[in-house]
Design a binder for this molecule. Structure first.
Ligand SMILES: Cc1ncc(COP(=O)(O)O)c(C=O)c1O
Length: 420
């Protein structure tokens, strides 16, 4: 059984006991439906909301400009908020154990809004730990939003902080190496600077960063939260004060989520625990088989588990991509079907090659997002695709993997990282 989520009631709905994650996944954001005589949540596609009381509207707009709190009653305009999207935000906040959540058109729009909130307060410096998702790395490195980044390892965070540091950013498990950080220790090192933990890979099913001290929890909701490869979205779970600032930035810059996407995300959340657990079980088994395979040099699998695997092959990784038949050779992750991609060519292509390799993203690394197919069918496909890659002369020597809990994990320095 799930651990009960020990956070207060919301929505004005009376609770007698905390509800488990699996229960929240199905009911959060929907608590009012039965009383309205509804079962499926309504989709509100309005872009504008009529009102005969323009004095009242002025007061509501003033209040939003001051606090960023969601206006009582219907939104004034679609960019101020949407009732269907709000249901998803309520549900995700509940799952992450935060006061609020603010949804955006994509994960990158969500990260941009966080950076803009801090830059608008004169706090443009970011401390970040590599690897991050390639575009997040690029956004920070290129300073596209006027930020300046100091890259460090977790142990160097406290020392890297400056008076103008507005944010510390980590991913755990990280894209694509699945490296993990000790979120509690990192949050401690941040002091009063907000820690943003990208929880896209773990999802609240495996880890709730806010419980470890992260003030901001970011998701590319395009991935597991949506879960079916048909929604682009991002979301930040945080306290109500930061959420207000995010809503103001969203209103001003326009990176809103479409209501239909909000509906699909809410639906996606209801199966999130089941999907993540089932795919994780398959991923752990595939990680074990890959680790024992002489064609594979190294397997990365997180200590906390999950449905992502990264592995380095002795042969040509492009041949593995070309060789899959059941598995889809595509970037992105978190869908019901299994996807595989070559980070150095796609998800992390935009990162400078030396920085990329320095972060452990070797040119031989493949990243696989395990879906809900049968494990034997997936293994048969992988086996066939690996068969087209050259076998090493000294295979087993390079296998660098430790089994941990449900699967294999690898925290050590690569035996063959960067090996041509
Ligand atoms: C860990 C992580 N964070 C953020 C993003 C960006 O999300 P989106 O593609 O929804 O903008 C991605 C995308 O792959 C990601 O993997």
């Amino acid at each position: 059984m799930d651990t009960p989520l020990d956070t207060p009631a919301y929505d004005g709905v009376r609770r007698t006991a905390p509800r488990a994650l699996a229960t929240e996944a199905v009911h959060a954001g929907r608590d009012d439906l039965a009383r309205q005589g509804l079962h499926a949540p309504p989709i509100d596609l309005s872009t504008t909301y009529p009102s005969y009381d323009s004095r009242g509207e002025a007061a509501r707009i003033d209040a939003f400009a001051t606090t960023g709190a969601e206006p009582d009653g219907p939104p004034v305009y679609g960019r101020l908020g949407n009732p269907t999207v709000a249901r998803f935000e309520t549900a995700l906040a509940r799952l992450e154990g935060t006061e609020a959540a603010v949804a955006f058109a994509s994960g990158m729009a969500a990260l941009s809004a966080v950076l803009l909130v801090r830059a608008s307060m004169g706090l443009r410096h970011v401390v970040a730990v590599r690897p991050l998702y390639g575009c997040s790395d690029h956004l920070l490195t290129a300073g596209l939003l006027g930020s300046e980044v100091t890259w460090t390892d977790p142990a160097g965070i406290a020392e890297a902080l400056r008076p103008d540091t507005g944010l510390v950013m980590v991913e755990s498990p990280a894209n694509p190496t699945l490296a993990e950080v000790d979120l509690k220790a990192v949050a401690h090192a941040c002091g009063s600077v907000p820690l943003l933990a990208d929880n896209t890979f773990a999802t609240p099913v495996l880890q709730r960063p806010a419980e470890h001290g992260a003030q901001l929890v970011l998701h590319s909701a395009t991935k597991y939260l949506g879960g079916h490869g048909d929604v682009m979205a991002g979301v930040v779970a945080c306290d109500e004060e930061f959420a207000g600032r995010l809503r103001q930035i969203r209103f001003a810059t326009g990176g809103v989520l479409h209501p239909l996407a909000g509906y699909l995300l809410l639906r996606g959340l209801s199966t999130l625990p089941v999907r993540v657990r089932a795919a994780s079980e398959t991923a752990a088994e595939l990680a074990r088989r890959l680790a024992a395979d002489p064609r594979v040099a190294r397997v990365h699998y997180p200590r906390i588990g999950g449905a992502m695997i990264a592995f380095e092959v002795h042969g040509d990784p492009h041949e593995v991509i070309a060789g899959v038949r059941l598995i889809t050779p595509a970037v992105s992750l978190g869908s019901v079907d299994t996807l595989i991609q070559h980070p150095a060519s796609i998800s992390h292509r935009i990162v400078d090659a030396d920085d990329r390799r320095g972060a452990g993203v070797s040119d031989r690394l493949l990243r696989m997002s395990v879906g809900l197919e049968d494990v034997e069918d997936l293994w048969a496909d992988l086996d066939g695709a690996l068969g087209t890659a050259a076998r090493p002369r000294r295979g087993a020597d390079f296998i660098d993997i430790r089994l941990h809990r449900v699967g294999a994990t690898d925290r050590s320095e690569p035996a063959g990282a960067g090996r041509p």
